[in-house]
Write a protein that binds this ligand. Sequence first.
Ligand SMILES: *[C@@H]1O[C@H](CO)[C@@H](O)[C@H](O)[C@H]1NC(C)=O
Ligand SMILES: *[C@@H]1O[C@H](CO)[C@@H](O)[C@H](O)[C@H]1NC(C)=O
Ligand SMILES: *[C@@H]1O[C@H](CO)[C@@H](O)[C@H](O)[C@H]1NC(C)=O
Ligand SMILES: *[C@@H]1O[C@H](CO)[C@@H](O)[C@H](O)[C@H]1NC(C)=O
Length: 212
Amino acid sequence: MFWALILTLCAAFTAGHALNCTGCTAEDWASCNGTVSACGERQKCVSAASELIQALYREKRVTKKVARACVDAGFCNANLSFNFKYASWKIRTTCDGIQAPTVSGEAEPNGLRCVGCIAVPSECTKAVECRGEERMCITVTEKVAGNIMVNKGCATRSACKQGVNISDLLGPVLTGSVSCCEGNLCNGAGTGWHSLLLQLLLLPLVGFLLFA
Ligand SMILES: *[C@@H]1O[C@H](CO)[C@@H](O)[C@H](O)[C@H]1NC(C)=O
Ligand SMILES: *[C@@H]1O[C@H](CO)[C@@H](O)[C@H](O)[C@H]1NC(C)=O
Ligand SMILES: *[C@@H]1O[C@H](CO)[C@@H](O)[C@H](O)[C@H]1NC(C)=O
Ligand SMILES: *[C@@H]1O[C@H](CO)[C@@H](O)[C@H](O)[C@H]1NC(C)=O
């Protein structure tokens, strides 16, 4: 069934017709089915497998999700990983149904360190070790109910490049504004009134996030 779909997609592609893509979102590929749509001119039928690992207290929660959709061709064959120390995402994509991607195991530390934190700037003093292709430090800033939240960590170049657009494929993954830099701890906490102000703004959020 899967290969039949691929052959159909290949035929469509080589014939120069609009690419038909069976979009879907599910926990695994076996249950990922959905409706067919024709991809736009600069789009490809991109398949993505993702794994979200959350570490809260001593508990580790793993959430897997796969998706296929017509999205910008720039998403093809990429590893879009980022690690915010307490939550990390691994996303692997392939194009035109050539192969359903799976997320591979944890890569080795690559020597880069970034500030790693979620939501609370006062927590943004700890470092996280970057792994595999994560060669950038990332900062994601978002306004939630009037408060500013910040996530910092390691990211791959492709994750930095796509930023919030990853949502086109997998739903909300990164939201807000995304910036990346190169070099050890280059996404540092920042000093002065600005970060102090952030801390004051964020205190009420801490409880909310930990117990939500
Ligand atoms: C793609 O879908 C459209 C609409 O259903 C159909 O007309 C077209 O023939 C399909 N293309 C291919 C190559 O299957
Ligand atoms: C889609 O997946 C669901 C759950 O696995 C299944 O029950 C359903 O029959 C599938 N639909 C199609 C059209 O394959
Ligand atoms: C993505 O990561 C896998 C596993 O580490 C690797 O084999 C593959 O070449 C990577 N893909 C890209 C486009 O870098
Ligand atoms: C993200 O999506 C927007 C809106 O579709 C687009 O204008 C922008 O070029 C995209 N960014 C990248 C890096 O593809």
